[in-house]
Design a protein around this ligand. Structure first.
Ligand code: NAP
Length: 255
């Protein structure tokens, strides 16, 4: 039996991935902070639920110990838990800027370190880091979120060289606009052109499973977002100006 640990498994991309992995005979352990929803989804998919805040290093280490007592080997860790910022460096509350960094970036670091012995026991195994196109393109109205995702992309790309000799491969996943509960995209979905750029959580989950099958190390979902990243390297000033234009409409379902 292959065991997968999916952080942020109670909603959006993590929940869609839990369904896909269960179909592929993975036994999943889902991690999130909110117990009720986590246990509901775990019950629906035959997964285990483990309540844990990935930003809390001691809590992550304790959760990994508990999971290790039940499963001596883990074959897949998906660092997916994340929160939005949706305001700039000058507007967002300082506490939220810290929280965004602790969850989106450090959460993955603490999970990888805590689950490393179990991933080594399960080798050949894999770590998937769900980052973002916002981690490869600078600009736009959500600077603190983008900065946390840049840190996560750098973590994911660099740690792959440390993990490879241990029999653990790394997949960096950079989704674009994905309509989920935590990241509602209604202002784009209401726009005649932008709505075509919005994808579903199920599409991202399918792309992650395909990347695991194909052996790719980094993917963009949809793939055309890679062009924006290439342009960022070639003409960073232009990309920053374009990305910083006001997005269409207003969010009506923001939280
Ligand atoms: N949706 C997009 O447009 C988009 C685009 C690019 C990248 N991403 C990335 O994709 C990932 C998943 O996002 P999503 O759109 O699926 O969002 P979502 O629907 O809000 O799901 C987020 C999940 O993470 C969990 N979570 C949040 N903070 C946590 C913490 N401190 N500890 C443990 N679990 C935590 C949430 O549960 P609890 O709140 O109960 O803990 C929930 O299960 C995130 O890393 C996000 O940055 C999203």
């Amino acid at each position: 039996m292959r065991v997968a640990v999916v952080t942020g498994g109670s909603s959006g991309i993590g929940a869609a991935l839990a369904h896909r992995l269960a179909e592929r005979s993975y036994h999943c352990v889902l991690i999130a902070r909110g117990r009720e929803r986590l246990e509901l989804l775990a019950g629906e998919t035959g997964c285990e639920a483990e309540v844990c805040d990935v930003a809390d290093r001691a809590a992550v280490e304790a959760a990994a110990r508990r999971i290790g007592e039940r499963h001596p080997a883990v074959h897949l860790l998906v660092n997916n838990a994340g929160v939005p910022g949706r305001a700039g460096f000058l507007e967002l509350e300082p506490e939220r800027i810290e929280e965004v960094m602790r969850i989106n970036y450090l959460g993955g670091v603490w999970c990888l370190r805590a689950f490393l012995p179990l991933l080594e026991a399960g080798a050949p195994s894999a770590v998937v880091n769900v980052a973002s196109v916002a981690g490869t393109v600078s600009g736009g109205p959500s600077g603190p979120y983008s900065a946390s995702k840049h840190a996560q992309v750098a973590f994911s790309r660099t740690v792959s060289a440390e993990l490879a000799p241990r029999g653990i491969r790394t997949v960096t996943v950079n989704p674009g606009l994905t309509d989920t509960e935590g990241f509602p995209q209604d202002r784009f979905l209401d726009h005649p052109v932008w709505r075509h750029a919005v994808v579903s959580a199920e599409r991202v989950a399918a792309a992650i499973v395909a990347a695991l099958d194909s052996g790719r190390g980094e993917i963009f979902v949809p793939g055309y977002y890679r062009a924006a990243t290439a342009l960022q390297g070639l003409a960073p000033g232009t990309v920053t100006r374009l990305a910083s234009r006001r997005p269409p409409g207003r969010y009506t379902r923001d939280r």
